[in-house]
Unconditional design. Structure first.
Length: 348
């Protein structure tokens, strides 16, 4: 046979190159990591710390037989002042202190849709050491400090007036202790093909296992519907809505609302194969009852990063900033965590 025309050989080479390029892109898409989910942190504000709150969570379940161990640390400074003319000292509500919570979280995939888990928190509250640091940050940036610089550093206190204008009788004390052990059931009822909506129902129960200053006598329960959707090859959106119910409405001499609503919206962007950047906004309804100065509708913004350091190991770092109802939110907090996922069989 005669030799092929040069144009035919060029077209064939171009087609082969395009085919290899498309195959490489498809291979890259196949190796993209699964989404890692939002920062799954609770509201650890001084007065919310002993109550069950609902975190932002991914609807994706663990694989059948897969186990995940996580250790998490939440360290934040809590200051909020609401001034009111009806109070003789001008203070309608004042919260000043610091919290630290370390938690061990264990989860296992029992089926391809059902994940069960257990969370054991160790909690601390007290005067803390972050006051001076945050005062300096506000001075440097010019951000409003809600008059926190007018109050002495290194103290823990809760003051204010109830709805009959009497001084609040908060009976809490500084110290450390075991928090309420939390049980988790996560059922993914919608698990579509890649790129569609995933949805799950998540139920939680907090048992009265607290000790020391976190001793409690009631059970808290909560449930939420969470969903996620891909916005592209490397971006996902998460949203959720739920509520909590408290069997014991009184804690440390304060009255709490028996029911609260919770919601969140979060985004994850994976600019590299092992890296996720996260942004989250969350909202909850009123926490305290009978304290007029406590508007109690906290709104948080959280930003963070998750980094896979080796197969199955994941590190996370985040910051927490309260942006509304400053007498009801953590002023500034830091989140740290490490997790290890192992085992599992079959597809999600």
């Amino acid at each position: 046979m005669g030799s092929r025309p040069a144009s035919w050989r060029a077209d064939r080479a171009l087609g082969l190159a395009l085919g290899l390029g498309l195959a490489g892109a498809a291979s890259d898409a196949e190796t993209l990591p699964a989404r890692r989910g939002p920062l799954e942190s609770r509201d650890e504000w001084l007065l919310a710390q002993p109550r069950l709150t609902l975190p932002a969570v991914s609807p994706d379940p663990l694989r059948r037989g897969e186990t995940r161990f996580s250790v998490e640390l939440d360290w934040g400074n809590d200051f909020g002042l609401a001034e009111r003319a009806y109070a003789t000292d001008g203070i309608g509500m004042l919260v000043d202190g610091e919290h630290r919570t370390a938690a061990l979280d264990v989860r296992r995939g029992f089926t391809s849709s059902l994940t069960l888990g257990l969370r054991v928190p160790l909690r601390w509250r007290g005067p803390g050491v972050m006051d001076g640091l945050i005062d300096g940050w506000h001075h440097l940036t010019g951000l409003p400090d809600n008059r926190r610089s007018y109050f002495p550093n290194g103290r823990m206190r809760v003051e204010g007036r109830d709805d009959r204008f009497r001084p609040l009788a908060w009976q809490g004390s500084p110290g450390a202790g075991l928090g309420d052990v939390e049980l988790l059931a996560h059922w993914a009822f919608r698990r579509p093909a890649r790129g569609g909506w995933t949805a799950a129902v998540v139920g939680r129960a907090a048992l009265p296992t607290g000790s020391g200053p976190f001793h409690a006598g009631g059970v808290d329960a909560g449930a939420q519907i969470v969903a996620a959707h891909s916005l592209g090859r490397a971006t996902d959106v998460y949203l959720g809505l739920g509520g909590t119910v408290f069997s014991d409405a009184e804690r440390d001499g304060l009255d709490y609302e028996r029911r609260r609503a919770h919601g969140f919206l979060a985004f994850e962007w994976r600019p590299a194969r092992r890296l996720s950047l996260l942004m989250e906004a969350s909202y909850a309804s009123r926490l305290l009852s009978g304290v007029p100065a406590s508007t109690g509708r906290p709104v948080y913004v959280k930003a963070g990063v998750k980094r896979e350091v080796r197969h199955g190991w994941l590190l996370q770092l985040g910051i927490v900033e309260g942006v509304a109802s400053v007498q009801s939110t953590t002023d500034f907090g830091v989140l740290l965590g490490i997790s290890r996922t192992s085992g599992g069989a079959g597809l999600r």
